[in-house]
Design a protein around this ligand. Structure first.
Ligand SMILES: Nc1ncnc2c1ncn2[C@@H]1O[C@H](COP(=O)(O)OP(=O)(O)OP(=O)(O)O)[C@@H](O)[C@H]1O
Ligand SMILES: [Mg+2]
Length: 601
């Protein structure tokens, strides 16, 4: 069963305490709502009683004097009921909106602090649901749930009290239908709860299906899976509809059944009370008031059984929300971060016997992705990393930026373990250019600046022209102000790459990291980029990962990774002379490039 389908208890004291903590800042509004609810309930209780007085003391005995005033009081009570309901609705909805706001901010804030390991194992759709619909369900709890249930209980006991006080025998006759009510309500609650759970499960599946297939629309269309997917969606959608229809059945039975029982209570009151009126032991006004009370009596009962569902789903939602909020933040700034003492710009990197595995589940044997890796990069040095796919190159970078923590050994920058530095300080030192560039909705300039106010428009332009991105930007109708669509889908991969070079340069980092950064541009652009890289790398430490050895031949040092082990290290010439892995890689690529020309000649 998925997380989204689990419905726990309707009431869980531990969860409720945590939820109520969100109400605390708004206790004044809650207090106002409580008072409004009580005033509203009292006004509702007063109406039938005023009617009884009107009938018994005026209409039945032909006493006109005072009836006007009584009518005015009745109107005043109606106005009070209206005002109370207005105040209650307004304050509760307001509070609900504020709590939703607080909760979403708390969730988003926490999501931003969670480390990549968490995102490796959490589907995006699931996390979106927490921040959107789960929070919505909680809003129902605060606006129509907790507080109004209190009002319902108050009304219910109030009516019972007044009925018993007016005529306890007649009251007991009316209450005779209560066991039937209990049975119906119980049946309804059990079934609706189950169908609600099923509906939720199908909604989660619809969302997952749509998310996957809308983002993959080009693949769907290319492989002509439209008919197949349509069929699959038809299946899920139909199950969702049927689950809803089933719950409609329970509602359709429940409300008329409650109506019928309420009518039965009225019949009992008329039958027993009518006889009493004729016998003179009950006034006509009291009978009229009783009929009204008994009708008002059943509304809170049916309301409450609905709210029970709200309560239950809110508990389940809050359980999931709190689970996310309680997710420990594995990678945090230390309490007392250390600042390195460096002269000059710094950027001295040391990997000291680093062991690392992505799987950290307890009891599981770690699958080492990096084994005992040690190397040093001096400030201003340029280092290339090569190795087969999956050999751990990107992983090295992930450790350097502290997206993950090492299991053994240490990564030090300017003499200080990355775990002892503030995350902000640490990451500020780097610019990272990846093969897969992430662009945000906004303009071209926004995407170079990424919200950093210190980067002026001039700096943005200078960075773009330094990496030769200005050529294509100037061709855009709006230039630097041109909008970038979500994920940059309106730009080519090479253009995105150029933008990310400009971004890296504009941030003027101490350490520049390139991960397969030049692999998606044409030869001409690559030449331009090589020129740009020279400027980018000037005066900073650079680490470049590349599959094409030609791009890193001039580096001060080249590291060769093989299955997570650092096998060779040296300059291009040294490595060739050693005739090891690097030599073989070079031979292979050299041969590949040479073959076509040999064929031609
Ligand atoms: N987030 C992750 N969770 C679990 N395993 C991972 C994760 N990222 C990478 N791996 C595994 O770690 C190993 C090294 O991956 P890494 O991304 O460092 O390779 P790479 O050398 O950068 O390869 P490529 O040249 O294809 O980019 C691979 O076996 C990969 O399957
Ligand atoms: Mg990689």
């Amino acid at each position: 069963m998925q997380d989204d389908e689990i419905l726990g208890k309707a009431y869980d004291a531990r969860l409720m305490r945590r939820l109520l903590a969100y109400l605390r800042p708004y206790w004044k509004a809650v207090l106002v709502a409580f008072v409004a609810i009580i005033v509203g309930a009292l006004a509702a209780l007063a109406q039938p009683y005023l009617m009884k007085v009107a009938i018994d003391q005026h209409i039945a005995v032909g006493e006109l004097a005072g009836l006007d005033q009584l009518a005015l009081v009745y109107v005043a009570v109606l106005v009070a009921a209206f005002a109370a309901e207005y105040v209650q609705t307004w304050t509760m909805q307001l509070t609900g909106q504020r709590i939703m706001f607080d909760m979403r901010m708390a969730l988003y804030g926490h999501l931003q602090r969670l480390d990549l390991r968490y995102y490796d194992r959490s589907p995006v759709g699931r996390l979106m649901t927490r921040v959107t619909s789960d929070v919505d369900v909680l809003n129902d709890l605060f606006t129509s749930g907790v507080v109004t249930i209190f009002g319902d209980v108050f009304t219910l006991f109030g009516i019972m009290g007044v009925m018993l006080w007016m005529n306890w025998r007649l009251a007991l006759v009316a209450f005779a239908v209560l066991p039937i009510i209990a049975l119906i309500t119980n049946w309804f609650r059990r079934n609706v709860r189950e169908s609600y759970r099923v509906v939720r499960g199908w909604i989660a599946r619809i969302n997952a299906f749509l998310q996957e297939n809308i983002t993959g629309m080009s693949t769907v269309q290319l492989f002509r899976r439209e008919a197949l997917n349509f069929h699959r969606f038809d299946d899920i959608d139909a199950k969702h509809r049927d689950a809803n229809i089933e719950s409609i059945f329970y509602y359709a039975v429940f409300y008329p059944a409650i109506e019928a029982v309420s009518a039965l209570a009225s019949a009992l009151i008329i039958w027993y009370g009518g006889a009493n009126v004729m016998a003179g032991t009950l006034t006509l006004g009291a009978l009229a008031a009783f009929l009204q009370y008994s009708q008002r009596f059943f509304r809170p009962i049916s309301d409450m059984s609905e709210k029970f569902n709200v309560l239950q789903s809110a508990m389940a939602s809050s359980e999931r929300i709190f689970k996310l909020l309680d997710e420990p933040v594995a990678i945090e700034s230390p309490a007392a971060p250390r600042q390195p003492q460096v002269d000059g710009r710094g950027g001295h990197i040391v990997f000291d016997h680093v062991w690392f595995a992505y799987n950290t589940a307890e009891g599981a044997e770690p699958e080492w992705v990096l084994r005992d890796v040690s190397f040093e990069v001096r400030p201003g040095e340029r280092v290339g990393i090569v190795g087969a796919t999956g050999s751990g190159k990107t992983t090295l970078i992930n450790l350097l930026l502290r997206f993950y923590d090492v299991q053994k050994g240490a990564v030090r920058i300017d003499g200080i373990d990355v775990r002892e530095r503030g995350l902000d300080d640490l990451r500020r030192m780097f610019s990272l250019v990846l093969q897969d560039v992430h662009l945000f909705t906004g303009t071209i300039a926004d995407n170079i600046r990424l919200g950093n106010e210190r980067i002026t428009d001039e700096a943005v332009r200078a960075a773009a022209s330094a990496v030769h991105a200005d050529a294509f930007i100037d061709r855009l109708p709006l230039g630097y102000g041109a909008p970038v669509a979500e994920r940059g889908s309106t730009l080519s991969v090479g253009q995105k790459q150029l933008l990310s070079f400009a971004r890296a340069l504009a941030f003027d980092p101490r350490i520049l990291i390139l991960d397969e950064a030049t692999s998606s541009v044409d030869t001409e652009t690559e030449l331009l980029i090589r020129d740009a890289l020279e400027r980018l790398m000037a005066d900073r430490t650079t680490i470049a990962i590349a599959h094409r050895l030609s791009t890193i031949q001039d580096m001060d040092k080249i590291l060769v990774l093989h299955k997570g082990v650092l096998r060779e290290m040296g300059t291009h010439q040294e490595l060739l002379a050693a005739r090891g892995i690097y030599y073989r890689l070079f031979e292979l690529q050299y041969a590949q490039r040479e073959t076509p020309s040999e064929v031609r000649s």
